[in-house]
Design a protein around this ligand. Structure first.
Ligand code: HPA
Length: 234
C-alpha cells in the first residue's frame, strides 16, 4: 500500500494504462479487460486490474496535470515495480494537418516546467517516448486505419492558457498538440529505466476551434485504448 494507491503489491500488473479521468479507467477496464477488479479507490482515483488477451493489465487514473500524474507514476514505479506506463488521454490540436479524432503519438514533450525541474535545474532535458512502444502503437493505429501523427507535443501546466505567444512558437516549431501530463511521465520513465508512451486523441483544436462531439468521445477513446494495449504487448 502506498499513500495514494491502496492496492497490495501483487494487485498491480507490470503494464499500466493511465487515463487522466478515473471514470475512463473504469469504462476502459469494464469494456476491454477480462475479469476487471477495482484495486484502488483512494481519493476516488480509480484503478482496475484484469487481463487483455491473457496479459495482466492495470488501468489507473492519473488525475489532471503533471503534479498529479507524477504522484501516481512514482508510486506505480517505486512500490509496484511497473515496467510499462502508457498515458491514454486527449490533446488540443496545434497543426492544420492534425484533425479532430486523429491520434497523436508523442515522440517528445516540451514544457515550461515539470515536477522534475528541481533536479534538472538549468538543463533542458528532452523527455522522449520509448521507441519500441511508439513504433508498435504506430503500427496498431495504421492497422486500425485510424489517422495517426507522430511528433512533438507540448505538456502545459494550464488548461486555461494565457500565453498565446507561446502557443504560436510551439505551432511554428511543429508541435502537434497540447496536453498536460506526458512530459513528466517520460521524465520518470527515463529516470527509472521504464517504458513510457502517450497515446492521445485530438479532442479540440487551437486553430480551427472545433471540438469532438460528445457522442464521438467513447469511440475515439476506445480506439486509443486498443492501440495502447496492442502496443504494450507487441
Ligand atoms: N489544452 C490543454 N490540455 C488539453 C487540451 C488543451 O486544449 N485539450 C485536451 N487536453
Amino acid at each position: 500500500m502506498k499513500i495514494h494507491i491502496g492496492a497490495e503489491k501483487g494487485d498491480i500488473a507490470p503494464t499500466v494504462l493511465m487515463p487522466g479521468d478515473p471514470y475512463r479507467a473504469k469504462w476502459a477496464a469494464e469494456t476491454f479487460l477480462d475479469n476487471p477488479k477495482c484495486i484502488n479507490e483512494v481519493r476516488g482515483m480509480l484503478g482496475f486490474t484484469g487481463t487483455w488477451q491473457g496479459h495482466p493489465v492495470t488501468i489507473q487514473g492519473s488525475g489532471m496535470g503533471m503534479p498529479s500524474l507524477s504522484i501516481y507514476a512514482n508510486e506505480l514505479i517505486s512500490e509496484y515495480d511497473v515496467q510499462t506506463l502508457i498515458r491514454i488521454g486527449s490533446c488540443g490540436g496545434m497543426q492544420e494537418k492534425v484533425g479532430i479524432r486523429d491520434v497523436v503519438l508523442a515522440m517528445t514533450a516540451s514544457t515550461l516546467s515539470t515536477p522534475s525541474r528541481g533536479i534538472f535545474k538549468e538543463l533542458n532535458f528532452a523527455p522522449c517516448a520509448d521507441y519500441g512502444l511508439l513504433a508498435a502503437a504506430h503500427q496498431a493505429a495504421t492497422d486500425k486505419q485510424v489517422p495517426v501523427h507522430v511528433g512533438g507535443i507540448y505538456s502545459s501546466d494550464v488548461f486555461y492558457d494565457e500565453r498565446p505567444d507561446l502557443n504560436e512558437q510551439m505551432m511554428r516549431h511543429g508541435i502537434l498538440g497540447v496536453e498536460m501530463e506526458a512530459a513528466e511521465l517520460y521524465n520518470l520513465a527515463a529516470r527509472h529505466g521504464r517504458r513510457a508512451l502517450a497515446v492521445l486523441t485530438v479532442s479540440d483544436h487551437l486553430i480551427t476551434h472545433e471540438a469532438l462531439p460528445a457522442e464521438d468521445r467513447e469511440k475515439s477513446f476506445g480506439d486509443m485504448v486498443e492501440i495502447a494495449l496492442t502496443a504494450a504487448f507487441s
